[in-house]
Design a protein around this ligand. Structure first.
Ligand SMILES: CC(C)(COP(=O)(O)OP(=O)(O)OC[C@H]1O[C@@H](n2cnc3c(N)ncnc32)[C@H](O)[C@@H]1OP(=O)(O)O)[C@@H](O)C(=O)NCCC(=O)NCCS
Length: 333
């Protein structure tokens, strides 16, 4: 019988494009009917990063992965598996993960993409953790990488102000210590509400009528107000559920909450309802906006690099987004 292993979080890394896009760019350059004041007060976002020429999910993902491998004290040849969560892959095929495998110079290991929108990183973490737990892989790279600026509708003030580009990565490694590292992961979906966030493409059934060159394909469509309500409700549920999970695991409490970086008001509403202490919440959405699958691993990496979190801490990761999907993980760092 397979001896199950613990799943340690051995390294983290992140990569952000150099180009900073302040809120003023939407008014001064794009002539949108919005303002820095509106964006800051309704979302908490001050600026975000947009990819430059030649920068893609694969290039950002490769840079983040390289840093994660280095921080784990490993080399790319040590990696046995790559999973990349993204909704903005470089190509429809092959996967971004294979481009990252080549970019890093890894062995001919399994590499594949996974799509669960803003929950993508936690979905990928769950798959990676199961390869590690069963011993099918010794060291796995789990990456969230996005260039959302390439699928935004810059005429839609409701959505284009919210998002940014970037990548975050972690290395998971097997450990004989069962009660370490990744403790629980919870994943959910509700496809009946798929229309709330969509990115239609050329393979979408029933594309809008009209000549293909005039169709607004590959652009995000978002029902912000409905997603806001969904996000608060699910974030509250995930925090309450984690408190039950912690008691069952015999853990004292959560040292840090790292939520999907979506909107300060969503986070604030969930904290108010649950009474979760504000000082334990890692937020960097003011600098990067919502980077979908990349948001949680970027924030996790920043929390570790800046000393907000330290080895031994128990962190709760929560994410929610298109699908609809929602997810959480409890990890002892
Ligand atoms: C999009 C979001 C910021 C809008 O904030 P909100 O407080 O819900 O605002 P509403 O949608 O109720 O709109 C209020 C008004 O602001 C306007 N508005 C929307 N975007 C605006 C902008 N960038 N600048 C100025 N006004 C704006 C709306 O048109 C509306 O005007 P109206 O009352 O005349 O119709 C918020 O709903 C949100 O963050 N939603 C979740 C984001 C999301 O879906 N993320 C992706 C998945 S995780």
């Amino acid at each position: 019988m397979t001896q199950l292993l613990g799943v340690a979080l051995r390294g983290t890394g992140s990569s952000l494009p150099a180009r900073i896009v302040p809120n003023e760019e939407f008014t001064d350059v794009l002539n949108l009917d919005t303002s820095d004041e509106w964006i800051r007060s309704r979302t908490g976002i001050r600026e975000r990063r947009f990819a430059g020429l030649g920068e893609t999910s694969a290039t950002l993902g490769t840079a983040a992965a390289r840093l994660a491998v280095e921080s784990a004290g490993l080399t790319p040849e040590d990696i046995d598996l790559i999973i990349c969560a993204t909704v903005t892959p470089d190509l429809m095929s092959p996967s971004t993960a294979t481009l990252i495998q080549a970019g890093l110079g890894c062995r001919h290991i399994p590499a594949f993409d996974l799509s669960a929108a803003c929950s993508g990183f936690l979905y990928a973490l769950s798959v990676g953790a199961q390869f590690i737990r069963t011993g099918a892989a010794k060291h796995a790279l789990v990456i969230g990488a996005e260039v959302l600026s390439r699928i935004l509708d810059f005429t839609d003030r409701n959505s284009c102000i919210l998002f940014g580009d970037g990548a975050g990565a972690v290395v998971l490694s097997g450990t004989p210590v069962l009660n370490a590292g990744v403790r629980t992961i919870r994943l959910y979906s509700d496809g009946s509400r798929q229309e709330l966030i969509q990115v239609p493409s050329r393979v979408t059934p029933n594309p809008p009528p009209g000549p293909p060159q005039l169709q607004r394909l590959d652009h995000m469509r978002l029902s912000g107000r409905e997603v806001f309500r969904f996000a608060v409700t699910r974030m509250v549920e995930l925090i309450e559920q984690a408190e039950t999970d912690l008691r069952e695991l015999g853990l004292n409490g959560i040292d840090a909450l790292i939520p999907h970086q979506v909107n300060q008001r969503i986070i604030d509403s969930a904290l108010e309802t649950t009474g979760f202490p504000r000082h334990k919440v890692m937020v960097n959405l003011d600098k990067y906006g919502n980077t979908s699958a990349a948001s949680v691993p970027i924030a996790l990496d920043e929390a570790l690099r800046t000393g907000r979190c330290k080895p031994g801490d128990t962190v709760l990761l929560v994410a929610f987004g298109g699908g609809l999907t929602w997810s959480s993980a409890i990890i002892t760092l």
